[in-house]
Design a protein around this ligand. Structure first.
Ligand SMILES: [Zn+2]
Length: 259
């Protein structure tokens, strides 16, 4: 029998409305969703994710500060670091962290240095607790982040929804870093190309929910069940049986996050 179990390797459960979130959690079994890695955007979001993982052990929490927002003010970052120190054994990873690519598209003169410094502090925390890192890193920010990861000898890095050219992809491959594929693989040519080139042994699947997808998904609320469509597309792009794609992606995620 085909084992169709999946893991959503990157979702923002805290960002869903309470009722929607409950439906997703209640429907996990129905849609063969074994686990979800719910990443945090800031301290408030980390507090919600902690309570979610305590209520349902199939939800796994990561704690971090999303880079596509203004830098934390006053004592917020310190408070988040203290929170992580206190609850580190209830998190499976540090994230979502990274660099503000889209904010910089709108403001080219933005100072990246404080974001790089913050990212390095989180990398040091991940190293201290021996946890994997969940990254939001896009295109030309790739070499900056890879050199930081190398500086701290980080082996477990997950570049979620990665976008980059051949050279930038090469940085990830050299270090055996992981990527994850979103449902946009159904319609985005660049994602299809990435799936073709990147080894299945270094791949996971995610929704980044509640992010709203386009094309055939434009009227569908983002739900981990969409991952089944991503997997069938990955199977056809790579010419690997659906069965093997399910199995490999599942094992990759279990091993990477130590589930
Ligand atoms: Zn995200």
């Amino acid at each position: 029998m085909l084992n169709k179990n999946v893991i959503d390797a990157h979702v923002h459960l805290d960002a869903y409305k309470k009722a929607e979130r409950q439906i997703i959690i209640d429907e996990m079994e129905k849609f063969d969703v074994d686990h979800m890695i719910s990443v945090s955007s800031n301290l408030a979001s980390a507090i919600i994710n902690l309570s979610l993982t305590r209520k349902n052990s199939r939800v796994k929490a990561a704690f971090g500060f999303h880079p596509e927002q203004p830098l934390p003010k006053g004592q917020e970052l310190e408070a988040l670091f203290l929170f992580i120190e206190r609850f580190h054994d209830e998190m499976v990873a540090v994230g979502e962290i990274g660099l503000p690519y889209f904010r910089m598209q709108e403001n080219k003169n933005m100072d990246l240095d404080p974001y790089i410094e913050m990212l390095e502090e989180f990398i040091i925390i991940a190293k201290r607790y021996n946890k994997p890192i969940v990254l939001h890193v896009i295109r030309e920010h790739t070499p900056i982040v890879c050199s930081l990861l190398e500086k701290h000898s980080i082996e477990k890095a997950h570049f979620h929804w990665f976008k980059g050219n051949e050279k930038e992809i090469e940085y990830l491959l050299e270090n055996n870093y992981f990527i994850s594929i979103t449902p946009d693989v159904l319609y985005d040519a660049e994602t299809k190309k990435l799936v073709k080139e990147y080894p299945l042994t270094r791949m996971m699947v995610e929704t980044d929910g509640p992010w709203q997808y386009k094309e055939s998904f434009q009227h569908t609320k983002t739900h981990p069940k969409l991952i089944h469509q991503s997997i069938s597309e990955i199977s056809s792009i790579k010419g690997i049986t659906v069965e093997n794609v399910y199995e490999q992606l599942y094992q990759n995620t279990i091993n990477f996050y130590g589930l």
